[in-house]
Design a protein around this ligand. Structure first.
Ligand code: DX5
Ligand code: ZN
Length: 220
């Protein structure tokens, strides 16, 4: 099953609860929350108190994408704050096995994220301890960037590696996805498709979400 995960990074933060309700009613099955620390990426967004508040305000599972240095210091706390999925970047954690294991032990799905210029070979071992791999299709830090087209081939290669190795990790993709490229992204093998500006930047986020989902179904 392919899931569309709206990223609240492009939502209107002054009315976040209402924005979340809109995508919840429109049939989102996940909510992608971008946590940035101004160190791993050149931007600062939201942290634990906001994740905690959102988790109380929605029934949608929260997918927390940690774009922070030393994610091992905070990953479990994001699970305690209500996240059902927590991803960390392979580039940010020399102890990814420990952190992924801790996320699972705390009761959430553990994801390993990879930047556009990081080779898939960097994930060789970590992927065994992950429930999903997050392929970044933009350089993380900001919403509204252009999709890096090499990401399609990267997803295809990852799909093949996972299948050949009999690994059950799902593939998530994040960055620059809109109704023009979502079908190709799904066709390449991504199962969780994050979209921020194409949903919350649209005049009607509910319509935009449905369009994305329909475009995906057309492919599969
Ligand atoms: C970027 C974030 C993304 C972002 C995607 O660093 O990880 O989740 O919100 O936004 P769009 O869909 O606008 O590229
Ligand atoms: Zn993200």
């Amino acid at each position: 099953m392919i899931e569309i995960a709206p990223s609240i990074l492009s939502a209107n933060f002054s009315r976040l609860g209402e924005e979340i309700k809109i995508v919840e009613r429109a049939g989102a099955s996940l909510l992608h929350v971008d946590v940035m620390d101004g160190r791993f990426v050149p931007n600062i967004t939201i942290g634990l108190p906001v994740v905690n508040a959102i988790s109380r305000a929605t029934r949608l599972p929260i997918d927390a994408h940690l774009m922070i240095v030393e994610p091992g210091r905070y990953a479990e706390q994001f699970v305690q704050a209500g996240a059902k999925m927590v991803s960390i970047h392979i580039e940010a954690d020399p102890h990814a096995h420990r952190t992924l294991t801790a996320i699972r032990a705390a009761g959430a799905q553990a994801g390993i994220a990879v930047n556009p210029a990081t080779p898939l070979s960097a994930l060789d071992e970590a992927v065994k301890f992950a429930d999903y791999v997050l392929v970044m299709s933009v350089n993380p830090g900001f919403g509204g960037q252009e999709f890096i087209s090499n990401s399609l081939d990267k997803v295809r290669r990852l799909r093949k590696i996972l299948d050949e190795r009999g690994l059950r990790a799902r593939i998530e993709i994040d960055g620059g996805i809109n109704s023009d490229n979502v079908a190709e992204v799904a066709g390449a093998g991504a199962e969780i498709i994050v979209s921020g500006s194409a949903i919350f930047g649209a005049p009607d986020p509910a319509v935009a979400l449905r369009e994305l989902r329909e475009a995906t179904v057309l492919w599969v």
